[in-house]
Design a protein around this ligand. Structure first.
Ligand code: SF4
Ligand code: SF4
Length: 78
């Protein structure tokens, strides 16, 4: 199964709209404590282990602030 190594959110651009949370079917995101450069509360990938790397969040982010980094496939997996 696909998984994410990490989800990078660029604090220069995130506007805290939480569209990424809205489109994610796997409830990966929650509202975090960290504020972006524009002073909005940013999402946090609280359940990164749920991520299926569908990239819906990435493609829906209006500010292109979010990048999903997939795990590298290990030998013998998938
Ligand atoms: S969709 Fe993009 S701008 Fe909106 S909260 Fe998520 S990362 Fe930030
Ligand atoms: S890549 Fe898909 S599963 Fe992973 S956080 Fe984004 S929307 Fe959710």
């Amino acid at each position: 199964m696909k998984g994410a190594e990490r989800i990078e959110i660029d604090r220069r651009y995130c506007k805290g709209c939480m569209l990424c949370q809205y489109v994610c079917k796997y409830e990966v995101f929650e509202v975090g404590q960290e504020r972006s450069a524009l002073d909005y509360l940013m999402p946090r990938a609280a359940k990164l282990e749920n991520c299926r790397v569908c990239r819906l969040c990435e493609s829906h982010c209006p500010d292109m602030a979010l990048v999903v980094v997939a795990k590298k496939k290990g030998k013998g997996k998938e």
